[in-house]
Ligand binder design. Structure first.
Ligand SMILES: [Zn+2]
Length: 318
């Protein structure tokens, strides 16, 4: 039987999973209990079908997963006891703007500015764009390497590994138990890490068409062309996620290697959280008999008395 398309991301002390209809965030609270929040998810592309067209769907999906991811992250921070309050929409917008400005400086302004040091070799725009691409990749690797030294980030990377292993186990058609899940690889071809790497490679090609104008023009044009870069990258990773072509499978290898940095082997109690998260977004008939149940007793009792999912207020509108 064909498996449903599921994806996810790691959050603080937990895992967010996105199924065909719902998105769930499961978090281990400071008392050791697993808390699960589920809400239905809809895409703006359902209302405006033109947004489902190739090249447009990449940017739409990127922005929507960014927003979903941040909400889930903010929920997990609250549940894991890091924050007193969930972020308000205003704080969320502030966080996004801050992250975008920081990313523009780190991954656009600095590499394209520093590429001028290669002028002494040649003024060829293709060469300079290539050097800029290498600098961008180097900054990205240094950034990931740097944050992975932080203890909290390491735990997030472990939950990231738990998310991948759990999805592999589901896609292999095995009951979701800790023992089954732990047997699978922590690297997954549909990971967002691959997407970032492909974005970097595609941007070298796209930006090469612009020649080598002034620094300000380069920065502005690169930001404006991001939807084009994201669109092409999305189509490529979509293709890579389905293909069995041996050449294409070789080409996605670097993205998988990069996941050695962005994932870590998870502990069993982290896998339990990932399993609860995935089960929350799967239709009942998709959860194989023998799959584990890792909620604590009082959480199970609470789940039993909860109203059906259709009565839930969509968190996106709260
Ligand atoms: Zn991933």
């Amino acid at each position: 039987m064909a498996k449903l398309s599921v994806g996810g991301q790691a959050v603080i002390e937990g895992v967010m999973m996105r199924g065909p209809k719902d998105v769930a965030t499961a978090v281990r609270d400071p008392n050791g209990r697993i808390q699960v929040e589920t809400h239905p998810v809809s895409s703006i592309a359902d209302r405006y079908p033109i947004l489902k067209k190739p090249m447009l769907r990449g940017t739409v999906s990127l922005v929507e997963s960014l927003v979903l991811g941040l909400r889930s992250l903010s929920y997990s921070a609250k549940m894991a006891g890091d924050e007193d309050e969930q972020l308000t929409d205003k704080e969320m917008a502030g966080t996004i703007i801050f992250a975008l400005v920081l990313a523009s400086i780190l991954f656009i302004a600095i590499p394209t500015g520093a590429a001028k040091f290669f002028h002494f070799i040649t003024d060829d725009p293709v060469f300079l764009n290539l050097m800029e691409g290498f600098l961008r990749l180097a900054i990205f690797l240094a950034y990931i390497g740097g944050i992975s030294r932080m203890k909290d980030i390491r735990r997030v990377f472990q939950y990231h590994g738990a998310e991948h292993k759990t999805i592999h186990c589901y896609e292999a058609g095995l009951p979701l138990t800790v023992a089954n899940v732990q047997r699978f690889s922590r690297l997954h071809p549909r990971c967002g890490t691959n997407f970032l790497l492909i974005v970097m490679l595609v941007s070298i090609f796209v930006y090469a068409f612009l020649g080598w104008p002034s620094l300000i023009e380069r920065i502005v044009s690169r930001i404006l062309l991001l939807p084009v870069v994201a669109g092409i990258s999305y189509e490529l990773i979509r293709f890579a996620g389905r293909t069995t072509n041996p050449v294409a499978l070789k080409l996605i290898k670097p993205g998988l290697w990069l996941q050695y940095l962005t994932t870590r082997p998870p502990q069993d109690d982290m896998v339990e959280v990932a399993i609860e998260s995935l089960k929350a977004v799967l239709p009942a008939e998709e959860i194989l008999p023998g799959s584990g149940h890792y909620l604590t007793e009082d959480a199970q009792a609470a789940a039993a008395t909860e109203p059906p999912a259709s009565d839930h207020v969509p968190a996106l509108e709260s």
